[in-house]
Design a protein around this ligand. Structure first.
Ligand SMILES: [Zn+2]
Length: 98
């Protein structure tokens, strides 16, 4: 029997090869880590906090999570339309993040 219960002590997923990850300031002024999700890897439908509309599977978008989120960072990840993230400063999230 293999070890099934790996400790979830890694706050964020490992960086992708090629280093497509970067840090930007989020809509609430905190630093967020940003990772682009190419269409081929967008296998689920998410709801964008920027416009409150769905991000359909197969749509390239990005995911953001608090850079200083520690153990809860992975749970705080949010999937955004690329355009909505770009406009986050003017639109702001439609929902509270915490
Ligand atoms: Zn959106």
């Amino acid at each position: 029997m293999a070890r099934r219960n790996r400790r979830r002590d890694t706050p964020a997923p490992p960086p992708l090869p090629g280093g497509s990850e970067r840090v930007e300031t989020g809509p609430d002024g905190r630093d967020f880590r940003i990772r682009h999700i190419p269409a081929a890897r967008a296998v689920k439908t998410y709801r964008c906090p920027g416009c409150d509309h769905e991000i359909r599977s197969g749509t390239a978008h990005l995911v953001a999570w608090p850079a200083d989120g520690g153990e809860t960072a992975a749970e705080d990840r949010r999937h955004w339309h690329s355009a909505c993230w770009a406009n986050r400063a003017t639109r702001g999230p439609t929902r509270r993040w915490s």
